[in-house]
Design a protein around this ligand. Structure first.
Ligand SMILES: [Cu+2]
Length: 247
């Protein structure tokens, strides 16, 4: 069924297929209802065209009408919203809400959004955020393949939305509240990070790159980035110390 939607971006994530399946089911059900409604409209136009028979005004309060209305409403409700009943099959809870446990050793990254770029912060060799050995990048996030990644997100200014089309996830990034997201990359590549919330004049330029790579390549990148961060660290640059304690 997912094949019905060939125009979706390449799925590079462990759980993206669940999102695609739900999207496909919903699209299919809405399409079926669309055809039925168009059929009814066409039937009404033909059957009630001028001269065929006089129109009759119905108040729609009779038991027969109420039952019919209830039936139609139920069909629409279960046909569209009812697709969420396939939750058990798609196991969406498992994919969306089961954040990785500590013993799964997720990669932890803080994302600080601002007009109009994405700041990323890794905890560095000491494993603690907001310390001098943190690794800080701009519009450049790297993650290893086949290992969960947890993001904690905040915004410096307005509401943004961290969007990874190739991983089928999106989360609002707010100035006042920390939001969270997790995913796992299953295919190596360089993918786009987009902002999905109109956030000002240059919203369209607010994009970064996410590189998913084998663990050895990720470790090499992380080591190089750590050395670079140590070189650039400036204790007096208050603006650069935007990290927060990971909770
Ligand atoms: Cu934005």
């Amino acid at each position: 069924m997912v094949g019905l939607l060939p125009l979706r971006p390449f799925d590079a994530s462990l759980d993206g297929f669940r999102n695609d399946a739900l999207f496909a089911i919903t699209t299919l059900m809405v399409s079926v209802l669309f055809v039925i409604v168009c059929g009814i409209l066409l039937w009404a136009v033909v059957m009630h065209r001028q001269g065929r028979h006089a129109a009759v005004y119905e108040r729609g309060v009779g038991q027969r009408h109420l039952l019919f209305t209830g039936f139609i409403t139920a069909v629409i409700f279960f046909g569209i919203d009812g697709t969420l009943l396939v939750d058990a099959w798609l196991d969406l809870d498992q994919a969306l809400w089961r954040f990785p446990r500590a013993d799964e050793h997720p990669v932890e990254i803080e994302i600080w959004a601002q007009q109009w770029s994405w700041n990323a912060r890794y905890p560095g060799p000491d494993g603690t955020f907001n310390t001098p050995d943190d690794i800080v990048t701009l519009n450049d996030v790297h993650v290893p393949l086949n290992r969960p990644v947890v993001l904690h997100l905040r915004s410096k200014d307005v509401v943004h939305s961290f969007y990874l089309p190739n991983f089928r996830i999106k989360q609002d990034v707010l100035p006042s509240v920390e939001t969270r997201l997790w995913f796992q990359a299953s295919a190596a590549g360089v993918y786009e990070i987009g902002c999905a919330q109109h956030c000002g004049a240059s919203h369209y330029r607010m994009r970064g790159l996410l590189t998913a790579e084998p663990p050895a390549d990720f470790a090499a990148w992380l080591a190089a980035a750590a050395a670079d961060a140590a070189r650039k660290y400036d204790a007096s640059d208050v603006e650069a110390h935007w990290g927060w304690p990971w909770t």
